[in-house]
Design a protein around this ligand. Structure first.
Ligand code: SF4
Length: 462
């Protein structure tokens, strides 16, 4: 059974009399377990829906839906599949108190992998999950492989029961399922010869593996540092040499690099990033792969829509990971608009300085960094740092933060999204520095707006 959370006014669902709290039991006699069943079974234009209304009335609707008309029903959030692993580098295990509740949930959910691009390990798949993946064609899935050597993978996941990943991927691939994969690189465990073995095994799975990203492990102040270390610069360079060897081969065989190093890996190695064309459609940008080049591409594409910002001073808040890379992005932005852009690098006061991603910045750290910065006209904040409800990781809402800082703030994914609007309505954007600080809630925040470097955490993104 799934329960209705909201019904859009004027929709087919509203016409039927569905209301929040209605229990949706079955379609054509087939029990509904979650949003996947609902979406796939209601895809037909004719079906029988069995429900119980909040007053206890049981009803069977014989629905003939006019073509393309949506039902307009939003379901309550699904119960998240919990993770069966215990990685030493797990972000969730070390979370301090006082965060958004879902951040304490270790999710490992193939449904969210398909829907939002969360990375899942597939270690908790049951036979009927595999049947659903195939029946509903949940492809592509995002999979944390880490190592194809089963012993190494079980050690990394701290899960002696973890099934072998290559046969799992192969079986699903034979049914037409494709994968974006990642390797979180832990020195002394899955780098060196193990990385070569992993990339060789994934390459042998052919076209079903759409991409592989190699991401350096990131630890927090709360990680089990006695058991897992971060990579040195030399180890990052060695890993990149392996990545580039496989990418060169893939370019010749597949026509695209296929194997990508995360931006952080290049940064820690002290090696310049590849050009934007290297990343194709930037399919792993939310995993920190090609993020910088993606931003530059977006700015270049928005060139004609960006306003003249001569004389304006705009602060761009980011984490310490993007701090050294951001100037090359802002250089492009300043050249196009004439505005003065200043990077405001914020250290993560909640998780500690080793958590460098902008997506995990707490509002308190941003507030402290913006205090006394009335010299700027506008601050752009990383939109990835808030969830669907516009709440930061430390449970402070974007509106609360906006009320506490001296300058208007806006949530932005790629700068062009906010600044191109500012060209149309300058004062409303706060670009003139007038009016009370405000946050714009109209920016579309994807459900997947939060990821750890390793896999999905609670609220969606992996
Ligand atoms: S890092 Fe991911 S796979 Fe590992 S224990 Fe945490 S949630 Fe599970």
């Amino acid at each position: 059974m799934v329960r209705v959370q909201a019904v859009a006014p004027g929709s087919l669902g509203a016409e039927l009399g569905l209301v929040p709290g209605t229990e949706l039991h079955a379609i054509n006699g087939r029990a509904l377990e979650d949003f996947l069943d609902w979406e796939f079974l209601t895809a037909d234009d004719c079906f029988v829906l069995s429900v119980t209304l909040p007053d206890g009335d049981g009803i069977e609707y014989d629905i003939v839906r006019p073509e393309g008309l949506p039902l307009g029903v939003t379901l309550e959030a699904p119960r998240i599949r919990r993770c069966a692993n215990h990685c030493d580098f797990c972000f969730v295990d070390g979370n301090p108190k006082g965060l958004r509740t879902p951040l304490y949930i270790r999710d490992d959910d193939y449904r969210l992998s398909f829907r939002y691009g969360n990375f899942a390990t597939l270690t908790n798949l049951k036979p009927w999950d595999v049947e659903r993946i195939v029946a509903y064609r949940l492809s592509p899935l995002y999979v944390s492989v880490h190592a194809t050597n089963p012993t190494v993978r079980r050690w990394l996941l701290r899960n002696p029961e973890a099934p072998e990943i290559v046969p799992q991927l192969r079986a699903l691939a034979q049914q037409g399922i494709k994968f974006h994969t990642q390797v979180v690189l832990v020195p002394g465990a899955n780098d060196g010869a193990e990385l070569v073995r992993t990339l060789t095994d994934l390459a042998a799975l052919g076209e079903s593996i759409l991409s592989v990203s190699v991401v350096p492990v990131a630890l927090t102040e709360f990680s089990k540092r006695s058991l897992v270390q971060e990579l040195t610069g030399a180890q990052c360079r060695a890993a990149l040499a392996t990545v580039e060897r496989f990418a060169t081969r893939a370019l010749a065989e597949r026509g695209f690099p296929w194997c990508y190093g995360a931006d952080d890996l290049y940064l820690q190695a002290g090696i310049p990033l590849p050009p934007p064309e290297w990343y194709g459609d930037f399919e792993q940008r939310e995993n920190g792969v090609g993020s910088v080049r993606y931003l530059q591409t977006r700015i270049a594409a928005a060139r004609d829509r960006l306003p003249d910002l001569t004389g304006r001073r705009i602060g761009v808040v980011t984490g310490t990971a993007m701090g050294p890379l951001m100037p090359q992005v802002l250089h492009d932005l300043g050249a196009v608009t004439g505005g003065h852009f200043e990077v405001v690098v914020v250290e993560n006061t909640l998780f500690g300085p080793s958590v460098t991603t902008a997506g995990l910045l707490p509002a308190a750290a941003i507030e402290a960094a913006l205090r006394g910065r009335g010299d700027l006209d506008l601050f752009l904040l990383p939109a990835e740092a808030v969830n669907d409800d516009l709440v930061f990781v430390d449970d402070v809402s974007a509106d609360e933060l906006a009320a506490r800082v001296p300058v208007p703030v806006r949530l932005s994914y790629d700068f062009a999204d906010v600044l191109s609007e500012c060209g149309m309505r300058n004062a409303e954007c706060g670009i003139d520095g007038r009016g009370r600080s405000r946050i714009d809630t109209r920016i579309d925040i994807p459900h997947s707006a939060l990821r750890t470097p390793h896999c999905g955490v609670g609220e969606g993104r992996g």
